[in-house]
Design a protein around this ligand. Structure first.
Ligand code: P6P
Length: 354
């Protein structure tokens, strides 16, 4: 009897030790380490990418901290009174988050240029430019209309290699298709702060552990369901869409089993669809055929991620990743999510064109 009890205790302890070791190993799987594991390399390029992702994680922590106490901090919420290059009213949090990304890359030797939704022209960090060969493209706060009401918002980012010396300061080398992205992802500021990224080797999610101050691996090799029962679109714009797009949304409305979910924050809506399947749409309208979302720092990073997760992303007719923008703040319609739903939208739009 005693032997079997001892054996039972031993195996329980064994399991505990394994579990403890596993949980310790998991707590040590930070973003920087995960990048090196993904690349199976300790070379300089791998170290650069690891350091870049660590800086982005730091930006996420700083923004999450500011968001979490924004209701208690004077001057954190509300509008600045300015209008950005998009013609949108600027929130104080937009400016704070934009500055955070700039600050975390100063003295990093990594990033020479930052192109942001909030800045008409790219921001250069001179001390980095002689050696920093990377450009960060980002939307510092996506969904800022949700900030003052404490609903989910996000940050979207992409990393590209600088090509040439950008003598004119026009950053024309950024006007290339999404395939040029080296890494992309988003940070979702919600009940927990989650960073989802890809360097072209699958999609992985990290959850911020406030007690550690670290993003810890929480979901590895995420794959979107090939089909889902959610569609996410602002149906208030229905009357402004082309008839073929109206037919698409009618399809989701009237085919049994689909549910509509729309939060007003692209990152939050996309995160839901990444995990549960379905499709997010931001179509063009008669007034704005290119729609509202920006290509280089919203649609293209999310398309990179979605394709890595086994999903699709198009403007309704061509892959987002193939689109070459004519200017840094170019916009594009977006249809993104499960392959079956995206293809359904594309075929209905094609039929409408025919
Ligand atoms: P609308 C936020 O401003 C944003 O860029 C996305 O995050 C969001 O999906 C979209 O705009 C919401 O726009 O016109 O539906 O309010």
């Amino acid at each position: 009897m005693a032997d079997s009890v001892d054996a039972g205790v031993a195996s329980a302890v064994g399991r505990y030790v394994v579990t403890q070791e596993r949980s310790l190993d998991r707590d040590c799987t930070t973003l920087g380490r995960h990048v090196l594991q993904q690349l199976q390399s300790f070379g300089s390029d791998a170290q650069d990418l690891s350091a870049l992702m660590n800086r982005i994680a730091l930006a996420g922590k700083l923004i999450a901290r500011h968001l979490n106490r924004s209701g208690l901090v004077d001057d954190a919420l509300g509008f600045t009174g300015a209008t950005n290059v998009q013609g949108e009213a600027v929130k104080k949090m937009d400016i704070y988050a934009n500055d955070v990304f700039i600050s975390v890359f100063k003295q990093s030797g990594l990033v020479c240029r930052l192109a942001s939704e909030e800045m008409e022209r790219p921001y250069y960090i001179p001390e980095n430019c002689p050696i920093g060969r990377y450009t960060l493209l980002y939307d510092p706060i996506d969904g800022s209309s949700n900030i003052d009401i404490d609903l989910n918002v996000g940050s979207i980012f992409a990393i590209r290699q600088q090509e040439g010396n950008d003598e004119t300061g026009e950053a024309v080398d950024l006007l290339q298709a999404g395939h040029k992205q080296l890494a992309a992802g988003y940070i979702l500021y919600g009940p927990s702060t989650v960073l989802v990224y890809s360097i072209g080797r699958g999609v992985h999610a990290f959850t911020l552990d406030p007690s550690l101050g670290e993003f810890i691996l929480s979901h590895e090799n995420l794959k979107i369901p090939s089909s889902g029962k959610l569609y996410s679109v602002n149906e208030g714009n229905f009357g402004q869409w082309e008839p073929a797009m109206q037919a698409c949304v009618q399809y989701f409305r009237e085919t049994g089993g689909y549910s509509s979910r729309y939060s007003g924050a692209l990152v939050a809506d996309l995160h839901r669809i990444l995990f549960q399947g379905g499709v997010f749409l931001y179509p063009g309208t008669q007034a704005k055929p290119q729609g509202k979302l920006r290509l280089l720092y919203e649609a293209a990073p999310l398309a990179f991620l979605m394709e890595q997760a086994g999903g699709l992303a198009s403007d309704g007719r061509q892959p987002i990743m193939d689109i070459v923008p004519e200017k840094i703040h170019a916009r594009s319609p977006l249809v993104i999510g499960s392959s079956e739903e995206v293809r359904r939208v594309e075929s209905l739009l094609q039929r409408g064109s025919d």
